[in-house]
Design a protein around this ligand. Sequence first.
Ligand code: ADP
Ligand code: ZN
Length: 755
Amino acid sequence: MPAIAKVVVDIAPLNKEFDYKIPDKLLGRLSLGARVSVPFGRSTVSGFVVGFADRSGHGHLKDIGSIEEEAVSIDESMLRLVRWMGEYYCSSLEQAIRTVLPSAVRRKGARFRKQMFVSLSSPNGVCLQSKDLSTKQNVVVELLRNQGCKSLTELTSELGITSAPVLALQKKGLVSIASQSVRRDPLAGRNILPTEPLKLMKEQGEALCVIRRIIDLLASEAEGQNAKGGEAGKKRQGESSVVLLHGVTGSGKTEVYLQAIDSVLRNGSGAIVLVPEISLTPQTLERFIGRFGSNVAVLHSHLSDGERHDEWHRIRDGHANIVIGARSAVFAPVKKLGLIVVDEEHEPSYKQEDAPRYNARDVAVMRGLMENCVVILGSATPCLESWANVKKEKYQLVRLSRRVDKREMPLMRIIDMRVETERTGRMAVFSRDLLEAIRVRLERAEQVILFLNRRGFACSLTCPRCGHVAVCSQCSVSYTYHYEDDKLRCHICGNSKSVPGKCPGCGDLEFKFTGVGTQRIEKIVQKCFPHAHVQRMDADVTSRKDSYERILGDFKSGKTNILIGTQMIAKGLHFPNVTLVGIVYADLSLHMPDFRAGERTFQLLAQVAGRAGRGDTQGEVIVQTYTPFNSAVQAARRLDYDGFCDQEMAFRKELGYPPFKHLICITIKGQSDEKTSFCCKALVRELKKKLLSNVVMSDSAPAPLRRAKGFYRWQVMLRCTSTGVTTRIVKDVVNGFKFPKGITCSVDVDALNLM
Ligand code: ADP
Ligand code: ZN
């Protein structure tokens, strides 16, 4: 029996395991992942047991204090995932543990909400002598007879009494008052109609068939293993348990997920469904809850700590077998996990921006592998990394190439805005074609969506005489003008200031707005179509509570004719009466200093286009661009995913970019530009000494977003074929590097955001 436990303490990221002696009283009682109290310095802290050993390299070990029976522990399979995450994403174990166990569950004092409940001591038994009771006491007894158990607060407020009569009844032994846990239900008060499985279309049926076969295979394997007493079973004959479900928008992927979940439930297992935070709308939740009722738990960032705590325990205790949530729901403690679905698997928001910088899609695949469950990655535009895994036969490909009920894919038209500018002699926001198309739709009482991926009024404030641009003093980006409160706002740090009366550079009064944002589009549209009902949806509007649902509700009911929005409206929404989608300025995402700019543009155009023609009339998409012959724009016009991938893969391969290589982005931040750049260069020298020769390393360079929130940012990029060895070296070098005070370093493995 091991005498030493390795413990990670639950305080600042020390990135260290400490050895403790297991005292006799605890010998044989500690398990991996257990929560323990340990002496640390002069205090006692909480920690997790992450390993055991027979001896330690350190002398004079302290004893483990006690097991914290009350506190939540990590189970063994989760601990394996934590270890993998710490290693793969170059983060400390503490950080990884914190990510897996939310603070709402982990922190001391996290508990269920208790309420006092009142019930009759013997419901039908003792015949109460009503004359012995006061009027109020009688009313209480009467109500409890009719309604049974009731919370004390509800009871007193319903009857308009204090608790005195109830307490008096308790004294007489006629009622009992007991404390009970009550669930904090994030969906309380919603009335959701139950739904039945739909009869599947041919392609949907085939997809489900493939998925079911793997589900059954894994289930029988698990049984076989149990029969052999847990001995690791043979590997499946080369068949992958990860399915890439490539289905065009409106092809009914969700129905496939729902029926796959149903199969898993029949095997007595549970499921996790990940959706991007932005798509985690009431509509999405309703589709799952409508099918599975209270068996569904919800996890997302808008829950209160109490709600998160209760949902987490409902999952852990097996009261809810299906979890639907954003990124971090991939760690939900589902018992006997049978399936993980990652919807819109290409979404960059699955990547966490703080340590551990994990990608929930990749964690899902890893967890699936560790827990022997099926993983479905679904998207209309899978990312190239997943596509490459299909080509390498790591994932199985299943396709839905047609929309449900044979609805046509929309027609896509590209408008060359350069021609438009030449014709009118100025840069127009709307082409004649788009305006005409909107007019026709309004006449036919059909609806229109206008898309622009930039909120605010104008892009920036520029002086036509000296070229001065209003730039945030803390970040190296120009301010965006916001019409509603007449303010300049920085979209990086949120800083705002009022519009200067004259140019700070040269004193000219003709300060001009250049570029457009959603607010400006709204103004123009309203002017062109004064009778139309126009609404805007972007982060500025929806920061107000409930406005998201109200705006969508108005659009769904037909009250709004034209909806203007940012990427918030690009995804998942289903409005049958929308027959026209206008993409006002497609080039916005193309000119990002990022090698994924083409992929992002293709995805965005295809997703936005997916909002058109979801009803009986064929939809039309009009794309305005200054670079009409760009390959991503052209591929999107033909909705040619395969063609786009072939071309993009060739480009990535030639340059040695992902998915052919892993990309590790190291960012150094500090308030002094010189110090930051100096550190970055020094770090590069250290890395050069240790890294293997096949790792490609860039020179240190200022990040595209050179300054943000007052901090200068310098970067170095590594590209390598396999991450394991490289991340270990990077971790060692970074941990061993003496960064001066005020300089921080972050390592982002498989980085998506290169800004
Ligand atoms: P996707 O997620 O692929 O964009 P959805 O799952 O949102 O597509 O499906 C689009 C619409 O088609 C939804 O309203 C859905 O209820 C409906 N639908 C899906 N499958 C079927 C089916 N087999 N029969 C009839 N309607 C279906
Ligand atoms: Zn700023």
